[in-house]
Design a protein around this ligand. Structure first.
Ligand code: GLC
Length: 733
């Protein structure tokens, strides 16, 4: 449709039809929806409004959605097709590592391809929109949804969020195999106080603008995500879903964002609970005035807008602006020309978890794993080595993370299967449950999650297996249900049953390579000094077993680098590398009461952002800048020579950090500005170049303006956020 045709359509709509376009319900109102992702409340929305609903969420399947659309159009007065949305977070039928793992790949090209795979599979299954990428900065491992983000860093999250948007949306949403991206959760949902789910967020405007808002800008304003989702939390006292500064000043006016804004699940009604409005009428009015176009699964818009427009409390122009944005999105998706878009049962079957997609998933899973320790036990031998596989994830299909909703467990290559493709295992035993009997966790569907009280039989079996083996591969970590939404944890330790398993096995066989399956960084101190190897594998997805087997036996070489710092212990969080120096910075290795330090633990995380080992070693020369001074509109290129000094070919993620030495406000001790994956054969050297310009030196200055300031900058290039090789440049703009 042309814009004028859209405008004519808008003008032809009744008030009820217009309001219907702004209502989103769960699929169960239409098709016995498969997924209930939020509070299932009886909405009490009148039947005639249900029939006008503009979109539904979390129903999938080409045949099912074609049927829904057909029935809907037959009985919908406006004849405007419905939008179908879902949480395709880390894959559809082919499931990729959780996004926190994908961030560790530092491979935006592969992450973009993975998003494109998800778009191909889900669009064939009839979906139009995915509620992804989630680009919230995450620095507190107590929060359950760190698994859904690509990590703690401004640069990395922006690059990865934009890559996912490109992958989902392709060059145009009229192209087959694309879906609209929805960036979330706007804003700063990843910084809830105390790491407690849905808790308040209080950040200075400086931190919001310099850090937390940047990735949303990259994904929405730069990469062009078609939708933005508002977050549950308050930002400096005002719930994001009713926050004029965020939604109107920043998003619409400063960023000139023209896309659709959708609330998170029931968030408009929650404005009442937050205490910023007295009732549903005020909640609806505030949200609409802030530019929230779609009300996700409440009766706020459905129950209050008509009366407020008819009584003049809300102007119809305001309503029309939101309705027009929804119509424009439907138009961009081509729904007026073809309400069934790319829904295609045979394509859905052909594409779902097909070989090509599995290859992408395996490769991304290999690149997402982070090798933290290795005394040489890895890579394992395929012959002449008795290998016992022990652990609760050893032969489990539950390795796809809590936000993978549409996969088939039969499609999962378990670790056991992957390893048995390579060699004959001497044993494969569970060793223990994932959880202790207490505390009892609550699963996504409200079910109790707990281990057995007495797991000694499993441990005894593991000890026997370990005795007969040369080496043990042991899986430890979390249940996928222990992370994701509503999964905040106050402790990050491994459960007692897993500690007992490790101790008992270590007693008879100290050659243990530990794989940690988790949705968050855990407190690994209990095993770190005894494990012969330690690899963080997150929740690796449907090809996880194949990827891990390749890494364990050296058919792939670890290249993953931490997207989020691994804390020394929970008392240290939030912990992140881009910290402030303070006026009394602690000096590693010195004890002085009056420095910014803890009395009982180190300041440094157990493993820093950007850290990860390989099966080879890399060395860095001193970086060299092509100019000592850089002015307005100019760039400076810093070149660092990287060499593979080991015996195995491998890929290094070369990272470039910048420190602003003197400025009108304090600045982080360093910030990642660029990175590159570099493949090197043994002995090979490569000159790796990074080009910086004034946007890399810019920040929110003391006078609240944005831009660089004259002065000295240190530029570090290395293999993690503690990179030591540095050079200095002067910005003279
Ligand atoms: C959930 C999540 C959001 C998700 C939405 C729809 O509550 O906060 O990330 O996209 O509801 O399922």
């Amino acid at each position: 449709m042309t814009n004028s045709e859209l405008k004519n359509l808008l003008d032809s709509l009744s008030l009820e039809d217009k309001i219907g376009q702004l209502v989103q319900l769960t699929g169960e109102c239409f098709a016995g929806g498969e997924i209930q992702t939020g509070p299932a409340e009886e909405l009490g929305i009148p039947e005639d409004m249900v029939q006008r609903t503009g979109s539904i969420l979390n129903v999938t399947g080409a045949e099912k959605l074609k049927g829904v659309q057909k029935r809907y159009l037959e009985q919908n007065p406006s004849g405007i097709p419905m939008l179908f949305m879902a949480d395709v977070i880390n894959g559809f039928k082919t499931v990729f590592p959780i996004p926190l793992g994908q961030g560790c790949s530092f491979d935006p090209g592969l992450v973009e391809e993975a998003a494109a795979v998800s778009a191909r599979e889900s669009s064939a299954a009839g979906l139009h929109v995915t509620f992804s990428p989630m680009v919230d900065l995450v620095r507190d491992a107590r929060w359950g949804r760190v698994m859904e983000s690509t990590g703690e860093d401004v640069c990395l999250n922006g690059v990865m969020g934009a890559a996912m948007v490109r992958g989902y949306q392709g060059k145009s949403l009229s192209e087959p195999g694309t879906i609209a991206a929805c960036v979330k959760h706007f804003a700063a949902y990843g910084a809830p106080e105390a790491g407690r789910e849905y808790n308040m967020v209080d950040l200075s405007e400086k931190r919001l603008r310099e850090e937390y808002l940047q990735p949303y800008h990259a994904a929405a304003a730069e990469a062009g995500a078609a939708l933005v989702m508002t977050s549950f939390n308050t930002v400096n006292g005002v719930p994001a879903t009713g926050n004029r500064w965020l939604l109107d000043e920043i998003l619409r006016k400063e960023w000139n964002y023209k896309g659709v804004v959708i609330s998170d699940y029931s968030a408009i009604a929650e404005l009442i609970v937050h205490g910023v409005v007295a009732d549903g009428r005020e909640a609806s009015r505030l949200a609409l005035e802030c530019g929230v176009d779609i009300d996700m699964v409440t009766d706020m818009y459905a129950g209050h807008l008509q009366d407020m427009v008819e009584s003049g409390v809300i102007s119809e122009e305001l309503l029309d602006a939101s309705v027009m944005r929804v119509l424009e999105l439907k138009n961009e998706l081509g729904l007026f020309e073809n309400p069934y878009r790319f829904a295609d049962e045979s394509k859905e079957k052909e594409l779902g978890h097909c070989q090509a997609h599995r290859e992408t998933a395996r490769k991304l899973a290999e690149e997402s794993c982070v090798l933290l320790e290795n005394d040489g036990i890895l890579p394992l031998k395929k012959e002449g080595q008795k290998i016992a596989l022990i652990g609760p994830a050893a032969d489990s299909a539950e390795i796809c993370g809590s936000w993978s909703l549409f996969w088939n467990s039969a499609d999962v290559t378990t670790l056991r299967t992957g390893m048995e493709e390579k060699t004959q295992l001497s044993a494969c035993v569970k060793g223990c449950d994932l959880l202790d009997a207490e505390p009892v966790y609550i699963g996504f569907r409200g079910q109790e999650l707990r281990g057995r009280k007495d797991q000694s039989d499993l441990i005894a079996e593991a000890v026997e297996a370990a005795k007969k083996a040369d080496v043990v591969v042991m899986t430890l970590g979390e249940s996928p249900q222990q992370s994701g939404e509503g999964a905040a944890r106050a402790f990050l330790d491994l459960p007692e049953c897993q500690k007992k398993l490790f101790d008992a096995v270590y007693e008879v066989n100290s050659r243990i390579a530990v794989l940690v399956f988790s949705g968050r960084p855990l407190d690994l101190r209990y095993i770190v000094n005894r494990a012969a190897a330690l690899m963080l594998v997150w929740q690796p997805g449907t090809e996880g077993g194949a990827a891990l087997a390749n890494l364990l036996f050296g058919d792939a070489v670890p290249s993953g680098k931490l997207s989020m710092s691994v804390p020394y212990c929970v008392g240290q969080v939030p912990v992140y590398y881009a910290r402030y120096n303070t006026g009394r910075p602690a000096k590693k290795g010195t004890r002085n009461r009056f420095l910014s330090a803890y009395q009982d633990i180190p300041n440094e995380p157990l493993y820093p952002f950007g850290y990860g080992k390989s099966y080879t070693e890399f060395s860095y020369g001193k970086p060299v800048a092509d100019r000592g001074e850089v002015g307005t509109g100019e760039t400076v290129t810093v070149v660092s020579e990287v060499q593979n000094t080991g015996m195995t070919a491998g890929t290094e993620v070369v990272q470039c950090y910048v420190q602003d030495l003197v400025s009108s406000t304090s600045r982080p001790v360093r910030e990642l500005k660029a990175f590159a994956r570099v493949f090197l054969r043994p002995g090979e050297k490569k000159q790796v170049a990074f080009t910086l310009d004034e946007k890399d030196f810019s920040f929110l200055r003391a006078d609240k303006t944005w831009g660089p300031e004259r002065g000295r900058f240190r530029v570090f290039v290395g293999g993690d956020s503690n990179a030591e090789q540095e050079t200095e440049i002067y910005y003279c703009g």
